[in-house]
Design a protein around this ligand. Sequence first.
Ligand code: AMP
Length: 215
Amino acid sequence: MRLILLGPPGAGKGTQAKHLVAKHGLVQLSTGDMLRAAVKAGTSIGLRAKDAMARGELVPDDLVVAIISARIDQPDARNGFILDGFPRTVPQAHALDQMLKEKGLKLDAVIELKVDEEILLSRIKKRVAEAAARGAALRPDDDPEVLARRLLAYREYTAPLVAYYRAQSVLREVDGMAPVGQVAAAIDRGLNMVPGSQSSPKPSPKEAGPLLGPE
Ligand code: AMP
């Protein structure tokens, strides 16, 4: 299965990706994690990405497209993968379509974690303040101002992907504000509707609605 997790920063994409890794044996491909590792290692990619990341801005499309293309070719991605944080712009989505076509691969589903941005921002601010109070290590972009910029970048560049993937009939909308376990269950129900998925192939009429919330 090849999936995309779509949603603003703090929506729980990483947490849900880990659940999907454990349940379906997929690999999680997070461009954010890859870029942070590149910054830490001081590679040329890291040097190009560092400042934009610290400001909460997106890094250039060509950079992330090249990283993802190389990563998809690795043997561990052969059984399927979850893209977490990629694509983040319409040109990246086009590049992904092209890349998958060239590699003879198909995208099965795009899961959108729908969240209330105001509540999200206050939750993230609280989490950052608590981590700082504990003396825990913070990411350079774990800063309320930077977070607000990351949310703006999401709205401007990434949110249009919802319509893009809806038009391809691969979008599954899930209520991301529910407790983690309920979000995971809603995602599973959404994936059961994916043609060719191994688990219960027939969704109930209730599950066939556009928004898969907690039961
Ligand atoms: P994340 O951990 O996914 O929130 O990503 C952290 C930061 O890495 C983002 O704020 C961007 O600066 C950069 N980044 C990650 N993925 C992408 C992407 N697909 N396109 C552009 N920038 C990205």
